[in-house]
Write a protein that binds this ligand. Structure first.
Ligand code: NAD
Length: 354
């Protein structure tokens, strides 16, 4: 029970189900558009072409050049393609990289966005855009960035490889973890995050056994929606900051970086706010939220140590220094020594709390 809160009542229209991609045309028209540019990565171009076909006369083309971390050079090409096509709305089909490109176009052109997410990373419900220019990643938040409509289609996640299933679920869990202690949290978000933790805990192990199991895919995509909504409603803290340090300054892969850091950042803040993180401890067992998450990560084959993704012992001092450079809200005060300790444990992959 929270004594006081603000519920901002943000609106993104959400369609959830199986086969819902077929509703893209209706949703584009509902927003009042008659020309749409479809976006994807090169890897998902065939799916994007199929989607464009299903849009019939609405389709103004496909731009299949989305890449990780939204480099501005790619955005500039995509904006040119968007303007040349005469489209007024983008339909982004893919994971966070494609959603990021759609947001980058929207913020520059005023385009509306229909997003069809195919991973659990959780960019689709947020007003956050991370972009890379001259090797540096910066993040901003603005209402213009938040997509108008999100279509979750369980069928599109059946092809998600097991590795990305696990790591993008851990990425989503990280949004919920930080939402539980966010100063601007509200009861709706807390309830959604609790439900999401149970759904991922039960769904992910089943997907490792059978990646095509529709019921488990439905559970996991529902959980992803909850976690993405949480990220779009509240502010993030140490965990997201650290993931950003590694992605931005050491070029580590996004989902794996989140997955590895999560048990350690959770344990770090659990020392200050154990009551707020109790739902995580209850969901994952193991006696503590950090330890329970590490046990879960290990059981689902998620990477456990920074050294597995190419970080060297010699990088840790620099990473810690960058992480403490600018002040930001966190439930436990941050200092160089304690962050350095956290990073050492994450580097080695030691279970937090022993
Ligand atoms: P991704 O979008 O880069 O996808 C990884 C690869 O998997 C791509 O080649 C993609 O085409 C492929 N893929 C995606 N779905 C698939 C499917 N169902 N079947 C087969 N292949 C599929 O990875 P991601 O983890 O979803 O996104 C990471 C990016 O999202 C990062 O740049 C991160 O910063 C951003 N992100 C942003 C926010 C936000 O709110 N702004 C939130 C989360 C992540």
């Amino acid at each position: 029970m929270m004594d006081s809160f603000t519920f901002p009542g943000l609106t993104t229209r959400v369609i959830f189900g199986a086969g819902t991609m077929a509703r893209a045309e209706e949703e584009v028209r509902r927003l009042g558009h008659d020309k749409a540019l479809v976006l994807s990565t090169p890897h998902q171009k065939a799916d994007a072409d199929k989607l464009a076909q299903s849009l019939g006369g609405l389709a103004a083309g496909v731009f299949a050049g989305a890449v990780m971390h939204t480099p501005v050079e790619v955005t500039e090409k995509a904006v040119d393609a968007f303007r040349a096509s005469g489209a007024t709305v983008v339909v982004s089909l893919g994971g966070g990289s494609t959603t990021g490109l759609g947001k980058a176009i929207a913020v520059r052109t005023g385009a509306d966005q229909v997003v069809i997410p195919t991973t659990y990373a959780g960019s689709e419900m947020t007003d956050i855009l991370g972009e890379t220019a001259a090797g540096e990643k910066t993040t901003r938040r603005s209402p213009d960035i938040r997509p108008e409509t999100v279509i979750y289609d369980v069928d599109l996640t059946l092809s998600l490889p097991v590795g990305l299933t696990v790591t993008s679920a851990m990425n989503a869990i990280a949004h919920a973890m930080e939402a539980f202690y966010a100063p601007d949290r509200n009861p709706v978000i807390v309830l959604m995050c609790r439900d999401a933790m149970a759904a991922f805990r039960d769904g992910i192990p089943r997907l490792i056994d059978n990646p095509q199991e529709r019921a488990a895919r439905t559970q996991a995509l529902y959980a992803a929606w909850c976690c993405s909504t949480a990220l779009g409603y509240v502010s993030m803290a140490l965990h997201h900051k650290l993931a950003h340090v590694f992605g931005g300054s050491f070029d580590t892969p996004h989902a794996e970086t989140h997955a590895i850091l999560l048990p350690y950042t959770t344990a770090f803040n659990e020392a200050a706010v154990p009551d707020l993180l109790r739902p995580m401890a209850e969901a994952f067992g193991g006696g503590s939220a950090g330890g329970g998450l590490w046990d879960f990560a290990r059981s689902v084959g998620s990477p456990l140590s920074l050294k597995e993704i190419g970080i060297r012992q010699a990088d840790l001092d620099r990473a810690a220094a960058i992480a403490v450079r600018n002040a930001y809200a966190n439930p436990r005060p941050i200092d160089l020594g304690s962050i350095r300790e956290l990073l050492q444990a994450a580097f080695e992959g030691r279970r937090p709390g022993g």
